[in-house]
Design a protein around this ligand. Structure first.
Ligand code: C2E
Ligand code: MG
Ligand code: MG
Ligand code: MG
Length: 288
């Protein structure tokens, strides 16, 4: 009955947005086994601290290598996983993976926080919250959660309480996609967040738009006033980096530095950065 209800809801939604119903249904059907069969994998994208000119953290981004359809990006299955109530299992899998990967990446004593994306639905899921806190609390690892403000606005009281529990076990909270969804300054000041990530929609045309620089600069000032660090996502050009640096943006993430890459490639990236202080990447990125 439960499955029928989910399927029906999905079909109804498909009819209204034009996506073929069988697509979603077959992905819903394939999801549980996909986790078990090892079809999910993570890519890592570094974040660089602008003043320190060093990698400060990384974001883990999930991908699905589907045996028939090929590579599926999260934009095409996260909402399906939410609808099919698979998002908790998927995120706990991601968390386990990241905890294991972090031990490999930081074997040399490196201080690197790895962030995972937490779907809004999970901020109201007591079982998920308890399990995630247990995993991170036991791990001795540096983990961050990226959440959107839209997720908090749905049920602010329980979301804020759960974010505080994450904070208590040492999980760093970052506000993701800031400015792109529903924003409320009333909630923003109550969140135990250390970092604000400005959505890439304000960064991609930063140096060719009249308004984006104004929005970005005032957002950076606002975050700093709230004692948060600021990350700009979607930094693709040297010109954007230069402007963000002048504006006092703390961290940058984007194709200029690296696309999301496999753990092996990310490891090499960390190694190169270690070996060549003032090396190629750094020189090309931070040339004045
Ligand atoms: P996000 O958290 O805002 O992640 C940033 C997205 O921007 C990623 O897309 C990344 O590949 C892309 N990106 C990074 N740098 C650049 C750039 O310089 N230019 C451009 N044009 N794009 C850039 P991706 O990997 O497709 O992820 C999309 C969204 O899917 C993520 O947005 C996140 O909300 C969600 N997501 C990813 N992994 C997970 C997960 O494990 N769980 C959940 N719940 N959501 C996830
Ligand atoms: Mg994110
Ligand atoms: Mg983001
Ligand atoms: Mg985004």
């Amino acid at each position: 009955l439960e499955q029928a209800r989910i399927d029906l809801r999905t079909v109804v939604r498909d009819l209204s947005d034009g996506t073929p119903a069988f697509d979603r249904l077959s992905l819903i059907r394939d999801l549980p086994a996909a986790i078990a069969n090892g079809e999910m994998f993570l890519q890592y994208q570094p974040k660089v601290h602008v003043r320190r000119q060093a990698i400060s953290s990384a974001e883990a981004l999930i991908r699905w290598q589907h045996p028939q359809r090929g590579l599926i990006l999260p934009g095409d299955f996260i909402t399906i996983a939410e609808d099919a109530r698979q998002i908790s299992a998927l995120t706990l899998w991601t968390l386990d993976q990241v905890i294991a990967d972090q031990k490999t990446l930081c074997g040399d004593g490196r201080d690197l926080t790895i962030f995972i994306n937490i779907s809004g639905q999970l901020l109201g899921d007591a079982e998920f919250v308890a399990e995630a806190c247990r995993k991170v609390g036991a791990g001795g690892v540096r983990i961050g959660f990226e959440i959107t403000e839209t997720a908090v606005i749905r049920d602010p009281q329980s979301a804020i309480a759960n974010l505080c529990r994450f904070d208590d076990v040492g999980i760093t909270i970052a506000i993701d996609d800031y400015g792109a969804g529903l924003s409320s300054l009333a909630y923003l000041k109550q969140l135990p967040a250390r970092e604000l990530k400005i959505d890439k929609m304000f960064i991609l045309q930063l140096t060719s738009s009249n308004r984006d620089p104004l929005i970005v600069r005032s957002t950076i000032d606002l975050a700093h006033a709230l004692e948060m660090e600021v990350t700009a996502e979607g930094v693709e050009t040297q010109a954007a980096l230069a402007l963000l640096s002048v504006m006092g943006c703390d961290m940058v993430q984007g194709y200029l530095i690296s696309r999301p890459v496999s753990i092996e490639a990310f490891r090499q990236f960390l190694r190169d950065d270690n070996l060549q202080l003032g090396g190629d990447l750094r020189q090309s990125m931070f040339k004045r």
